[in-house]
Design a protein around this ligand. Structure first.
Ligand code: HEM
Length: 491
C-alpha cells in the first residue's frame, strides 16, 4: 500500500480516537517534549526526512534529553555523548533492557541475543561472547580467518581486471563469511547460489528496515500490521534465512562429535543436550535459530555497509587514500599481508577508519533500549519498561566534540604530532551493557580488509571526485550507503 494512503488512514483513525479519548495519560515524570495527541502522538512534529531529522530538530528546542510520543507510546531520547553515557554507563543496569523494533518483532518475538531481555539475554550474551572468543583463540584465530578471507577477496577482485563493479556484494560476502566460519565452521564460495541468495535477502531486508515506510510502521504498527506492506516482505525474507539456518543445524546434528565441537552451532547443540532436563533452559531450538540470525544480521550488514561507505569516501578524497597507501608501504610493505599488530604503528590509517565509521553513522538512532526499573535520571522519573533511544548520530556529529561534524576529516582523530587522538563522543558501537557484541571482530575486519585492499589495488571511478554524492540511500534504524561503481586496479 502507498505510504501516503497508510499515513492518511493512520491520521484519520487517530482523529477519530481523538474525539473519543483525551490526551495520553501522563507517565512518571518524563522529560519534556512536544505535546502529544492521542494515538497520533507527535506525528505532526515529525519531519518528512524521517525519525533522525525529527529528533535532531527537537533536540534544538528541548535539549539533550526529551520525550517523543511515537504514535501512542512515549520514548525518551538521549542526545550527545554526555547524556548517553550518564544513562547507559553510569546507570548501566537500569538502561540495559531492549525495546522492540516493530517491523522485525513478529520474527524475533524477544528471542536471540539482540532482542532478548532478562535472564534469556544474559544467558545468550554470555554464551555468544564466550563462544566467539573461544573460536577466536582456537587453532585459527579470528584474525587469521579475516586475513584469509581478505586474500580470497584480493584474488576475486584481480579477476575483474580493473573493470567497473558494484562493491556491495563483495563486501557483504567477506563479512558474512567471517560470521559463517565462526557459526557454521565454514566459509562459502563467492559463487555458491544459496550463499548469494542469503546475501541478497540480508541486503534487501536491511534496506527495507531502514526505509521511511519502516519508520512510519514503527509509529503505528498495531494498526498497520493488518494491511499489506513491507513488514510482510521482511517477514518472508527473514523466514527464508531462518529455514536456511535450520537446514544447517540439522546437518550439524547428524555430524556432531561431542568431544570436538567445530563451531558455535556445535557448542550450542551440546549445551542444549546438557540442559535438556531443565524446562527453563534458554538453550532451545527457537533461540538457536534466532540467535544465529541475530549474529548474521548484526555482523554482516553493519561491517559491509561501513566498508562500502569507506571506499566511496576514498574515491571522493583521493589525497586521503594516497596517504593511507603511503603508510601501508612504510609500515607493512607491499608483500606481507597486513596484521592487526600493524594498526598501532599506523595512526593515520586508524584515524581514517575512525572517521569513516563516524561519517557512516551506521545506526543513527541506536537500537531501542527500555529501562528495567523505575529510573531517576536528571531529575525525571522514567517508569519501568519505557523505551529509550540513544541517538548515536547526535554524539558522532556533536559540534562540542568534533570541529567540523558534517565534513569527512581524519584530523578529527589526530593530534598535533600525528598520533591517534581518542574522542569520547566516538560511540558507533554504543555503550554500556548492550554495547555491540561484535566490536572487536568488526574493528579487526575494518582494519584488515581496508588495508589489504588498498595494499593490492588503486581505486578509480567513472565520476570526478567532486561529483560523488555521499547522501545515503536510506536512513532509519540503519543507514544504507549510496549505490556506486568502482574499479579496483591491481597495483
Ligand atoms: C561496523 C560494524 C558494527 C557496528 C557499527 C555495530 C553497531 C552496533 C550497535 C550500535 C549496537 C546496539 C547497541 C545498543 O543496544 O546500544 C550493536 C549491537 C549488537 N551488535 Fe554490532 N555493530 C557492528 C558489527 C557487529 C558484528 C561484526 C557483530 C557480530 C559478530 C555484531 C553483533 C552485535 C550484537 C549481537 C548486538 C546486540 C548486543 C545486545 O543486545 O546485547 N555487531 N551493534
Amino acid at each position: 500500500m502507498e505510504l501516503s494512503v497508510l499515513l492518511s488512514l493512520a491520521i484519520l483513525t487517530g482523529l477519530l480516537l481523538l474525539l473519543v479519548k483525551g490526551r495520553p495519560k501522563a507517565h512518571g515524570h518524563l522529560p519534556p517534549g512536544p505535546y502529544p495527541l492521542p494515538f497520533l502522538g507527535n506525528l505532526l512534529q515529525m519531519d518528512r526526512g524521517g525519525l533522525l531529522k525529527s529528533f535532531l530538530k527537537l533536540q534544538e528546542k528541548y535539549g539533550d534529553v526529551f520525550t517523543v510520543y511515537l504514535g501512542p507510546r512515549p520514548v525518551v531520547m538521549l542526545c550527545g555523548t554526555e547524556a548517553i553515557r550518564e544513562a547507559l554507563v553510569d546507570q548501566a543496569e537500569y538502561f540495559s533492557g531492549r525495546g522492540k523494533i516493530a517491523i522485525v518483532e513478529p520474527i524475533f518475538e524477544g528471542h536471540g541475543v539482540v532482542f532478548a531481555n532478562g535472564d534469556r539475554w544474559k544467558a545468550l550474551r554470555r554464551f555468544s561472547l564466550a563462544t566467539m572468543r573461544d573460536f577466536g583463540m582456537g587453532k585459527r584465530s579470528v584474525e587469521e580467518r579475516i586475513q584469509e578471507e581478505a586474500q580470497c577477496l584480493v584474488e576475486e577482485l584481480r579477476k575483474s581486471q580493473g573493470a567497473l563493479l558494484d562493491p556491495t556484494f563483495s563486501f557483504q560476502a567477506i563479512t558474512a563469511n567471517i560470521i559463517c566460519s565462526i557459526v557454521f565452521g565454514k566459509r562459502f564460495d563467492y559463487k555458491d547460489p544459496e550463499f548469494l541468495r542469503m546475501l541478497d535477502l540480508f541486503y534487501q531486508s536491511f534496506s527495507l528496515i531502514s526505509s521511511l515506510s519502516s519508520q512510519v510502521f514503527e509509529l503505528f504498527s498495531s494498526f498497520l500490521k493488518y494491511f499489506p506492506g513491507i513488514h510482510r516482505q521482511i517477514y518472508k525474507n527473514l523466514q527464508e534465512i531462518n529455514a536456511f539456518i535450520g537446514r544447517s543445524v540439522e546437518k550439524h546434528r547428524e555430524t556432531l562429535d561431542p568431544s570436538s565441537p567445530r563451531d558455535l552451532i556445535d557448542v550450542y547443540l551440546l549445551r542444549m543436550e546438557k540442559e535438556k532436563s531443565n524446562p527453563n533452559s534458554e538453550f532451545n531450538h527457537k533461540n538457536l535459530i534466532l540467535n544465529t540470525l541475530s549474529l548474521f544480521f548484526a555482523g554482516t550488514e553493519t561491517t559491509s555497509t561501513t566498508l562500502r561507505y569507506g571506499f566511496l569516501l576514498m574515491l571522493k578524497y583521493p589525497h586521503v587514500t594516497e596517504k593511507v597507501y603511503k603508510e601501508i608501504v612504510q609500515v607493512i610493505g607491499t608483500h606481507r599481508p597486513p596484521a592487526l599488530d600493524d594498526r598501532a604503528k599506523m595512526p593515520y590509517t586508524d584515524a581514517v577508519i575512525h572517521e569513516i565509521q563516524r561519517f557512516a553513522d551506521l545506526i543513527p538512532i541506536g537500537l531501542p533500549h527500555i529501562v528495567t526499573k523505575d529510573t531517576h535520571f536528571r531529575g525525571y522519573v522514567i517508569p519501568k519498561n519505557t523505551e529509550v533511544f540513544p541517538i548515536l548520530s547526535s554524539a558522532l556529529h556533536d559540534p562540542r566534540h568534533f570541529e567540523k561534524p558534517d565534513a569527512f576529516n581524519p584530523d578529527h582523530f589526530l593530534d598535533a604530532n600525528g598520533a591517534l587522538k581518542k574522542n569520547e563522543a566516538f560511540i558507533p558501537f554504543s555503550l554500556g551493557k548492550r554495547i555491540c557484541l561484535g566490536e572487536g571482530i568488526a574493528r579487526t575486519e575494518l582494519f584488515l580488509f581496508f588495508t589489504t585492499i588498498l595494499q593490492n589495488f588503486s581505486l578509480a571511478s567513472s565520476m570526478a571526485p567532486e561529483d560523488i554524492d555521499l547522501t545515503p540511500q536510506q536512513s532509519g534504524v540503519g543507514k544504507v550507503a549510496p549505490a556506486y561503481q568502482i574499479r579496483f586496479v591491481p597495483r
